[in-house]
Design a protein around this ligand. Structure first.
Ligand code: URA
Length: 266
């Protein structure tokens, strides 16, 4: 990190509510936050309901050669590794017409981006206008803030994997509808099952409520850890919400410290 990057990093950390920088080695090993640990211990479980049964095409292990199944359970191909397995899922989606969004002005499918072997995965709601143009999740203003949030815990965008519940832009950025979620979320579940992240950050009310099958407000869901498809799921505010409500940065920072602690656990 050069001097300018360091200045930028510290400025953003300060904006996120970080009071100072610690030389305590416990910080480096990411064990050092009593509040975070106690929150992590206050773990509720989610994801054990039938609604969270594996999607039709989970992969038991995406780290070795294996047969893949498509969204209807049909064999697709063999994958030597997670990158290939993800490519096979992307190929299975094709130029999708499974739900009505394909006829409502979306330009392209926004599948996901990042490290296929990531320990940390971010899940948003659905692509917006910028993402629809570029075909990459979180590249607009909210995406730029997400990149800073990732860097605030000393990771790079390339280290993590970023995807959305819905792969196509809903018209006018409306909320995805239940039939669209039902059709599309099996592909997200496949991505999760291939990547096998240690930690998933659900960004915003929609992503968190959808994955956890709850109508609890994000303000109640955040700050806690949930079991989800073999990962620890941490809900936090959506970066677009943070842009509109800068005071929420402090809570996001708390959530990211929790994420950092979870990533450091064996
Ligand atoms: N908001 C999301 O939820 N996802 C994106 O990819 C961009 C903005």
């Amino acid at each position: 990190m050069d001097r300018d990057q360091l200045t930028e990093h510290l400025k953003f950390a300060a904006e996120l509510g970080v009071a100072g920088v610690s030389r305590d080695p416990a910080w480096r090993t990411r064990q050092g936050d009593a509040l975070v640990v106690s929150r992590a211990q206050d773990e509720r479980t989610a994801g054990s309901s039938p609604a969270h049964a594996p999607a039709p095409s989970p992969l038991d292990s995406a780290r070795g050669p294996e047969a893949l199944e498509g969204s209807k359970g049909e064999p697709v191909t063999f994958a030597a590794n997670a990158a290939e397995a993800l490519a096979a899922v992307r190929a299975d989606i094709g130029d999708c017409t499974r739900c009505k969004l394909h006829g409502q002005g979306r330009r392209q499918i926004v599948f996901g981006v990042g490290n296929p072997d990531a320990d940390l995965m971010f899940v948003g709601e659905a692509p917006g206008a910028d993402e629809d143009i570029q075909g990459i999740p979180f590249v607009g203003r909210a995406g730029q803030l997400l990149t800073k949030i990732i860097e605030a815990i000393d990771l790079k965008r390339e280290d993590v994997y970023i995807a959305n519940v819905i792969k196509c832009r809903p018209p006018g950025n409306r909320n995805p509808e239940p039939d669209e979620v039902e059709t599309c979320e099996p592909f997200l579940f496949q991505q999760i099952d291939i990547i096998k992240p240690k930690v998933i950050v659900a960004l915003g009310k929609f992503g968190a409520q959808t994955l956890l099958r709850t109508l609890d407000p994000i303000s109640r869901l955040r700050g806690r850890v949930y079991n989800f498809r073999g990962a620890k799921l941490v809900p936090t505010f959506h970066p677009a919400y943070v842009l509109r409500n800068p005071s929420s940065k402090r809570d996001v920072w708390e959530d990211m410290k929790l994420v950092r602690t979870l990533l450091s656990e064996k």
